[in-house]
Design a binder for this molecule. Sequence first.
Ligand code: PHE
Length: 398
Amino acid sequence: MHMRAKTLALAVLAPAFLLPILFLVVGCEKQSSSSSTQPATGSASGGAIKIGHYGSMTGSEATFGVSTDNGIKLAVKERNAAGGVNGKQIQLITYDDQGKGQEAVTAVTRLIQQDGVVAVLGEVASSRSIAAGPVCQREGVPMISPSSTNPQVTEIGDMIFRVCFIDPFQGYVGASFAKNQLKLDKAATLYNRSQAYSAGLNKEFVNAFEKLGGQVLIQQAYADGDNDFSAQLTAIREKNPQFIYIPGYYTEVVNIARQARKLGVTCPLIGGDGWVSEELKNAGDALDGCYFSDHYSQEDKRPEVQDFLKKYKSEYGKTPDSMAALGYDAANLLFDAMKRAKSLNGHDLADAIASTKDFKAVTGNITINEHRDANKLAVIQKIQGGQFSYYATVEPPK
Ligand code: PHE
């Protein structure tokens, strides 16, 4: 493992004064899950190739769905402007699952059975990919998760893929960064027991940290919807850890950070990709000097990154977070596979996705491995003044 610490401190979040700008994207269609139904077609209709996206467009993880959808829409727009795939335009249908597993199942069922999509993109949150993935598997329609990192997601079966790293690696990244880079030996953890991502990443972090010789003094948990963390934080404070590892999602992380500081817990908090959101600014200075692992850095000089930044900024008036980048990558990887596939029939398309090698993406080159996952680097972001910026790169162990 190599860790390259850099001292670059460019802020990567859009300034708060940039107003969100609305764009209409030709060839994209947004429908709510209550809109009227369309006849099942089994594949494309009206000459266009339909693809689906399901995500949390609303709810406490709304930035996950919205960012991902923005990335996908940009990829669709570019592909269509360049002539589509094999001469056909791409039509994107997005459904909001409100951050709920049951809604995710409904959305994916509808995309496949009523809209007749040839492939599904989503979800961000592992629990929702685990809930809805079996529908894609059963129906024989390939699903690519842009950013679900729990190993169980692709274990669902041979129709399920992802374009991001997985949590055994991400847990190791957090552990080795704390132990080897920050020289911290005593950890506490606080995780969400209702989320597969959070509970899984907690376990991976603890394993890796102990293997590296660190000590985990206490592990505390909460559940979806909790917003008072004082009991857990008080128990943690009593153990006097040097840092707290919090593998949760941003809304909870902001609340935990504010409450921790109020209770006099001053140690750094360290987390994973679930922290990625411009909403971290709501923590004020409570997250200053804290770190989390992420999928890519906007300070990466590769042309894939810099071109994407420019295009995304001019389209949406703000900078793309990692979900936007991964959504864009997942869609482009799908189009690449569509061009190579024998047909757009589910199994032919899945074969083409599975044989993806060294695909040049924003978040790094993607080769789909035998588990239908991608081996990628991770970056560490550091938070200051509610904004995060690139701090270090962590490569998979050789
Ligand atoms: N990896 C998280 C999960 O599996 C989701 C996530 C990805 C969140 C990227 C933020 C950024 O649930």
